[in-house]
Ligand binder design. Structure first.
Ligand code: GLA
Length: 406
């Protein structure tokens, strides 16, 4: 009898329905602290840059005053290292009392008063990647805390856990979030933890069913070699995630490092354009107090954001990579229309002249109005056999729109 009851109660716990929360119909856009501000908890010596409520409030202010909110960026997201080292006496999570003296609920109220949304970070395992209390054994309590604090998004990381448990554990956390009744965008590190760390091929159908956003590659770093690695993860798609992106669920190549230290202007342009072609979540991780005007204009580029937010939500595929030239194509919601990306990864000091017929770009014709998205400039009408000629600078990208001309 006891055995039967135990089995029934276990079944109740693991009968998990799909997430289906109606959120993230287009890729979420916002700001996330990790890449730029890491786990800097030294507020005594570095008060302006440490992980604290002040940092997130300041970034929220700037998102509004500097036009990021108007451009479409909505979330201000906390990453690792926000917690106290211990749970409270009832086992609940608590923010570090020195760095978040007013608590997460007050921070959420502030962010909401700016018309923005607040995201938070936790981990599926026993500890976060930075060594703070993880959600294992506390998932329901943590989901309830996030909802009580009026949090709008959760990044659920995958450190300090067994990747084999994720196929059952991540859906359960999604269910607990759903049960709170609060709409919370659910981001999962489930596939990247399985594929990148444990070489388990992820079940993307299940991932898409239970998460709004899922990481597919290793962590982005502030340098071109690393960004190129992510470009190739998308180009080769060895783990098979391309066809799962669409309204409600998006593959995540990790944060934008536009405006930071490591990428040239052209490389920043390439990152922003490819992330847009992929329908990737656009999470800036940069210091909005000091960002230069060129990087800011890139992050706010209306043409790129429109491609990123296209309602079809398709992920561009790499048609080919020949030598240093990579050609990407993204179908758009407007019938027969495409966004095209041509990346020149050559690093020799002069622009490459590229000549292609439109049918070599996968455009069947008969003819298209082509425009240059960066320059917001019409380039004329081309048939599918017309030669299209453009000059692309080293480590840069041409990004065009092709709309049927009749
Ligand atoms: C992992 C994640 C990162 C970041 C850190 C925090 O490495 O992939 O995005 O959240 O943990 O410790």
């Amino acid at each position: 009898m006891w055995m039967i009851l135990t089995i029934i109660s276990l079944l109740q716990v693991v009968t998990v329905h799909s997430l289906d929360n109606g959120l993230a119909r287009t890729p979420p856009m916002g700001w996330l602290s990790w890449e730029r501000f890491r786990c800097n908890i030294d507020c005594k010596n570095d008060p302006d840059n440490c992980i604290s409520e002040n940092l997130y409030m300041k970034m929220a202010d700037l998102m509004v005053s500097e036009g990021f909110k108007d451009a479409g960026y909505q979330f201000v997201n906390i990453d690792d290292c926000w917690m106290a080292r211990e749970r409270d006496s009832k086992g609940r999570l608590q923010a570090d009392p020195d760095r978040f003296p007013h608590g997460i609920k007050a921070l959420a109220d502030y962010i909401h008063s700016k018309g923005l949304k607040l995201g938070i970070y936790e981990d599926f395992g026993t500890e976060t990647c930075g060594g703070y209390p993880g959600s294992e054994f506390y998932m329901q309590s943590d989901a309830n805390s996030f909802a009580e604090w009026d949090v709008d998004m959760l990044k659920f990381d995958g450190c300090n856990s067994d990747p084999k448990d994720m196929d059952t554990g991540y859906p359960i956390m999604g269910q607990f979030l759903n049960q709170t009744g609060r709409p919370i965008v659910y981001e999962c590190s489930w596939p990247s933890a399985q594929w990148v760390i444990a070489h388990i091929k992820p079940d993307y159908k299940a991932v898409r069913e239970h998460c709004n956003v899922w990481r597919v590659a290793r962590d982005v770093q502030d340098d071109w070699v690393n960004v190129q690695h992510i470009i190739d993860v998308y180009g080769t798609d060895d783990s098979g995630f391309t066809n799962f992106t669409g309204p409600g669920g998006f593959s995540d190549p990790d944060m934008l490092v536009v405006g930071d230290f490591g990428l040239s202007y052209n490389q920043q342009k390439t990152q922003m354009a490819l992330w847009s072609l992929w329908s990737a979540p656009l999470f800036m991780s940069t210091d909005l107090r000091t960002i230069d005007s060129a990087s800011k204009a890139l992050l706010q580029h209306p043409g790129l954001i429109a491609i990123n937010q296209d309602p079809l939500g398709a992920q561009a595929v790499r048609l080919y990579q020949i030598s240093s030239l990579g050609v990407w194509l993204k179908p758009l919601a407007k019938t027969g229309s495409y966004a095209i990306g041509i990346v020149n990864r050559d690093n020799q000091g002069m622009p490459n002249t590229v000549k292609l017929q439109l049918n070599q770009l996968g455009l069947p014709g008969p003819s298209y109005n082509i425009s240059d998205v960066f320059e917001n400039k019409p380039l004329g009408v081309y048939t599918s056999t017309d030669m299209f000629i453009m000059s692309i600078e080293p480590t840069s990208i041409f990004i065009g729109l092709a709309v049927p001309s009749s």
